[in-house]
Ligand binder design. Structure first.
Ligand code: PEP
Ligand code: MN
Length: 334
């Protein structure tokens, strides 16, 4: 961190800032210029409040030269993180295809779809049990029963299961869940992130509706700071001025996140688009940009889906898409 001091700073205030920094084990490397003095701060500056320092009368400007996230930062961990999920892996060159309905609706529904997406090459099964719906009058998910049905589909197909948690109190019924999803709306539920940091189970962390890359990485940092390094990032579209689509898929997020972090990056084109016809081209774009995989909503009867039918692919459409995705992935990693 670099602190640019104002011209002729008050000596008392300067001394106070110096001791405040030293108490925090930060070494000061001053550079005295003709017009201005600059302090280079050396040490763990991730705990310092940049705005607090900037607000001091003697300070002209403060600049971070290092990102505030450490564990998620590629600078300190150059190799790609590979997250193990059952017998499959996420990141490090493998193609992850998570597919399944938005919500678990019945045993027959989830088992049928699970078998279909498995036959198409899906590596994991998704299905919401606890659903974060905008309206309290919409279907809220089958909750514990939904997770029980996902477990049955896992037994039938052998596919690892991915499902969303909305509150730490639900954790008791996640024992058989292979990947815990933190949805866009909970990306900054820091208390929940801290609890998930105590586990060693993989966490699929979705980007918040209006979250910056740094905010997403800071949320990953919350989980990793607790010791859980099994974090998978997910771009799922952000809110923009465009209203034609549900969100705008930020394809730039993929190469940027992969540059800034060693964590695997998945893309969810279903929630980005909100329209099933847009899902195949967006999915292909995500892989072409270097994503480690996709999470895609698939439903065997989208017209009667209890949630997100309009953005769900029919199994036969997913089957064709999965083939195209494997070809693109191979090309990107050749
Ligand atoms: C979901 O995956 O079903 C979901 C609700 O996603 P998001 O949090 O990205 O809206
Ligand atoms: Mn959904």
């Amino acid at each position: 961190m670099i602190v640019i001091l104002k011209k002729n700073p008050d000596q008392q205030q300067l001394d106070r800032l110096r001791s405040w920094l030293e108490e925090r084990h930060i070494a000061i490397h001053p550079t005295v210029g003709v017009n201005q003095t600059i302090w280079g701060l050396v040490g763990d500056t991730s705990h310092l409040d940049i705005n607090l320092i900037a607000s001091l009368d003697i300070v002209d400007d403060v600049k971070r030269v290092q990102e505030p996230y450490k564990n998620a930062n590629r600078k300190f961990h150059p190799a790609d993180t590979v997250v193990k999920v059952g017998s499959t892996t996420v990141g490090g060159g493998s193609l992850t295809l998570i597919a399944g309905p938005c919500s678990v609706e019945s045993e027959e529904q989830i088992c049928t779809i699970a078998q279909q997406v498995k036959a198409s090459g899906a590596t994991m099964l998704r299905g919401g049990a606890f659903k974060p719906r905008t309206s309290p009058y919409s279907f809220q998910g089958l909750r514990n029963e939904g997770i029980r049905l996902l477990s049955i589909a896992k037994k039938v197909t052998g596919l690892p299961i991915v499902t969303e948690i909305m509150d730490a109190s639900q954790l008791d019924c996640f024992d058989d869940v292979d990947v815990i999803q933190v949805g866009a709306r909970n990306m900054q539920n820091f208390e929940l992130l801290k609890v998930l940091g105590e586990l060693r189970k993989p966490i699929l962390l979705k980007r918040g509706l209006s979250a910056t890359y740094e905010e997403l990485l800071m949320s990953a940092e919350y989980i990793m700071a607790g010791g859980n390094e099994n974090v998978i990032l997910c771009e799922r579209g952000v809110r923009t001025f465009e209203t034609y689509t549900r969100n705008t898929m930020d394809v730039t997020a993929v190469p940027v996140l992969k540059q800034l972090s060693h964590l695997p990056v998945l893309v969810d084109p279903s929630h980005a688009a909100g329209k099933y016809k847009l899902v195949p081209p967006l999915a292909k774009a995500a892989l072409a940009a270097g994503a480690d995989g996709l999470i895609i909503e698939v439903h065997n009867d989208p017209e009667h889906a209890l949630c997100d039918g309009p953005q769900s692919l029919r199994p036969e459409v997913f089957d064709k898409l999965a083939g195209d995705l494997r070809a693109i992935h191979e090309l990107v990693h050749r």
